[in-house]
Design a protein around this ligand. Sequence first.
Ligand code: SAH
Ligand code: SF4
Ligand code: F3S
Length: 479
Amino acid sequence: MYDSNPTLTGIKTIDESKQGSVLFKEQWEASHLPGSRKFYIESYGCQMNFSDSEIVASILADVGFAPTRNVEESDLILINTCSIREKAEETVRKRLRFFETIKKARPGTKVGVLGCMAERLKKKWLEEEQLVDLVVGPDAYRDLPSLIGGTEEGHRMINVLLSREETYADISPVRLESNGITAFISIMRGCDNMCSFCVVPFTRGRERSRDPYSIVAEASGLFEQGYREVTLLGQNVDSYKWSNPETGESVNFARLLEMTAQVHPELRVRFSTSHPKDMTDEVLHTMARYENICKYIHLPVQSGNSRVLGMMNRTYDRPWYEQRIEAIRRILPDAAVSSDIIAGFCSETEEEHQETLSIIEWANFSMSYMFYYSERPGTLAARKYADDIPEEIKKRRLNEIIRLQTAVSLRHNQADIGKTFKVLIEGDSRKSDLEFCGRNSQNKMLVFRKQDGLKPGDYVMVRVKDVSSATLLGEIVEG
Ligand code: SAH
Ligand code: SF4
Ligand code: F3S
């Protein structure tokens, strides 16, 4: 269902029941002065939040903070938070209770809340949570050094100003928890859509696109350091739009994809998330022209029923979504498509839920992130519609969706048995150091026995022998 693997693409939500990932970069710490101040950071939510933590690490490095994996030795504890569902916020509150015990044992340690929950709750944090010293919204990270300075003088500090311009374009992220092969690049921030269920436009502010030349420079730098795959990140990458007021030059998402693909034929390019209303045939044709643009599209449908999609304010209906899938099939016959799905949105009937099941089957999603509806304060849906589907029904519908998607994923994978794919080796498989794992263009994870002379970052041809609903098992064959 959810996925906490940071190497997967997707604007994904990590399993909120699990502890957030602890970010760390060993080589970087090794080169740091002993005795400098240490920070510890945990990240929750989508990949953009994880990327933001790498920007935060870079800003903190400039003022002498080194990262630590050990919260008990940190001078500054940061939690980069997510507001997308109520459960995500509950997890953060629980972690704060734990940090309280650390702070008691080590007075002087400062605790900061970053990210979407900081933005949503603003100064309520300082009223409700006595242990929080610092509240910083997603557009205010440049201000961290001076805010931290304020906390060191005994103040409680807050900056939750949203910006129309900030893209952190000039900041080189410190790659945390990296496998050295795959990396994420934020290409835009915020969201101008107003999906009625969604808190993101409130927590992330207005949509703005980052200078394409800074994106290409980041991708080139990563390639030179040995990275072989970049994922371009945005809440709605298809509405990427940048123009130079002086020259009049204008770059849309298709052009940005092309520019990134031209960095090097050995650098794979992925992207996430695509919005069905904005995904153009021009993007699909660009994908078709470049072998190194991966044939994988994360195209969240949310619901299979047009009335529900209307209430969700997704601005497309089922026939529109189907016509986008047909365009993908026509232009990119080998592409895999995945989705996000919400069960039990306001007033959804059993028949409408059946239509969500039928679109999973019809679209043949390779996988989906699946959730039941969680009302978020302040959103359009919270203001206009009753959250009237009882929790047991939401959960039952979600389970039906998960069961069907698991079967569809298995079938999708079974169709790959006997096929040979070009795979980028990412590292050892989770289960054994005798095996490598890596993805194919369609974003499926393959596991296969190692061979002498091969290392992470190499491309190999792998033939699929067996599958589960989540993984393909294969063997290396001659390219
Ligand atoms: N920008 C992306 C999605 C970002 S949020 C897009 O438009 O597709 C990731 C996913 O969380 C969404 O696609 C949606 O499926 C889910 N989600 C968002 N708000 C939710 C809510 N209030 N309750 C349940 N799921 C939600
Ligand atoms: Fe939320 Fe919709 Fe924007 Fe995605 S496109 S972040 S679901 S408002
Ligand atoms: Fe991402 Fe969660 Fe914010 S999904 S944009 S971290 S609300």
